[in-house]
Design a protein around this ligand. Sequence first.
Ligand code: KG4
Ligand code: ZN
Length: 325
Amino acid sequence: MITLAVETSCDETALALFSSESGIIGDVLLSQAVHSEFGGVVPELSAREHTRNILPLFDKLLKDTGMDISKIDFVSFTLTPGLILSLVIGVAFAKSLAYALRKPLVPVHHLEGHIYSIFLEKPIDYPFISLIVSGGHTDLYLVEDFGKYIFLGGTLDDAVGESYDKVAKLMGLSYPGGPIIDKLAQKGRPAYHLPRPLIGEDGLNMSFSGLKTAVRNIVMTGNYSKEDLACSFQQAVVDVLEKKVIRAVELTGVRNIAVVGGVSANSELRRRFKELSEKHNYQVYFPKPKFSTDNACMIAYAGVERFKRGITAPLDINPEPNTPL
Ligand code: KG4
Ligand code: ZN
């Protein structure tokens, strides 16, 4: 079976052709550059960019792969969550194609896509703990099987990626801030004392807005080292994530850990979790950096699994901005 997968939930326009037998046939992705000067994604601009780019990207994908459009067995697409104006473009494209080809439509939850980004390289054993760290989410799930997700805890305010982006904006850096802060941090020292909110709490809730405020207070002094502040911020974030994962292992007894979402590309997070796996004998998995951030291959993987279970959507389905997993 071959699926075409469509992902437009935020600022990446991404399409993939994927075979249930042999995996990725081809994929194309365009990261929208228009948002860099605004310090965050501007929804209206994002929707315009998706509209402009999705058809040329589809043509490129067909050309790159030499795929005949009639070989597509079903169309997978991100239904939720995301920016509604952006989702609308991908959903309209997916519906139009499914209608024209007379093929089924398979709705995918974006977070389910992230969870299965790990499986693009090699499936891992169930059960596992999934730490989803992205621009919109910071959640811990116990994954018992495909479709069986138990929410363990998550952020009460900002998502980790969002706080990276906000801290970068405070420091006058461009969007997305995560990779920039990550690079700067490698040149700095953890010289500033920053809070680690809720780190000592027994539960699995997290909070990052206070940390961002502490960074703002330092920035406001006008006299600080960007490298050291980036490094101190990154240490605080990773300390909290590490502690919460250790707690999740204690509570569930599950030692398989998958770290996914845009922030899972972070170098310090990868380094510290590797150390953690050696120290505590955990199995820790990260997606390839290319599949950490939003992409259509992960949507295709989840789409295939959903289709196998008979999950399809009618042609009058509409995107939803924030449906829980
Ligand atoms: O998963 P993703 O592509 O989109 C959402 O679903 O939100 O995640 C994007 C987020 C952005 O906030 C970006 O700054 C962050 O991931 N990010 C990083 C790194 N690369 C991307 N954060 C920290 N370190 C990185 N290397
Ligand atoms: Zn995402």
